[in-house]
Design a protein around this ligand. Sequence first.
Ligand code: ADP
Ligand code: S3P
Ligand code: MG
Length: 172
Amino acid sequence: MKKIVLLGYMGCGKSTIAQNLSKITNIPFLDLDKCIEKRANLSINEIFEKHGEVYFRKLEHEMFVELLQSSENSIIGLGGGTPCYANNHELLKGDNIISVYLKASIDTLYNRLVHNKSKRPLIANMNEEEMKEFIAKHLFDRSYYYNHAQYKVSVDDKSIEETVQGILDILA
Ligand SMILES: Nc1ncnc2c1ncn2[C@@H]1O[C@H](COP(=O)(O)OP(=O)(O)O)[C@@H](O)[C@H]1O
Ligand SMILES: O=C(O)C1=C[C@@H](OP(=O)(O)O)[C@@H](O)[C@H](O)C1
Ligand SMILES: [Mg+2]
């Protein structure tokens, strides 16, 4: 049983890269947010709206533990906040877990998120100026947790294929 866990800030490409890495390696891919949505039968936005963030973090922790406990090999794309709550960063140290931080600059994140914010409740209602400031501060706060990953891959100015190759090099 081997788990390849991708982590990093919103928009760094966890979901996209996990899916593409899965195609090449034939290791099944699971997106933690998608698993939560399926379990709750609600979208991430609806969970935040109806039940609040604290409830979301509880579901997120439970689902993360569950995915790590399964006996299957898998590539798991986390949510941006997953390592930052409920001591989830400690779970990254587990046996058979390969954790990879997809590290992106504030500019890369801003450029990817500015037109892709509606499904991300933490930034959905921000204007462009607020968003840039928020990402800068939030990324700084969260970096402590992201740096618990075993490996780091820089994603700035890289195509999807190049980032996937960076992870394949780590796995080789
Ligand atoms: N080189 C790239 N690598 C990954 N994502 C990219 C790249 N270029 C553009 N994108 C886009 O950036 C967004 C990344 O979002 P997503 O994969 O959902 O990230 P996360 O799951 O980390 O929030 C997607 O819309 C994707 O199409
Ligand atoms: O950073 C965060 O706290 C969040 C990131 C989202 O996942 P992505 O990083 O895949 O957008 C999702 O889990 C939720 O909106 C909260
Ligand atoms: Mg995602």
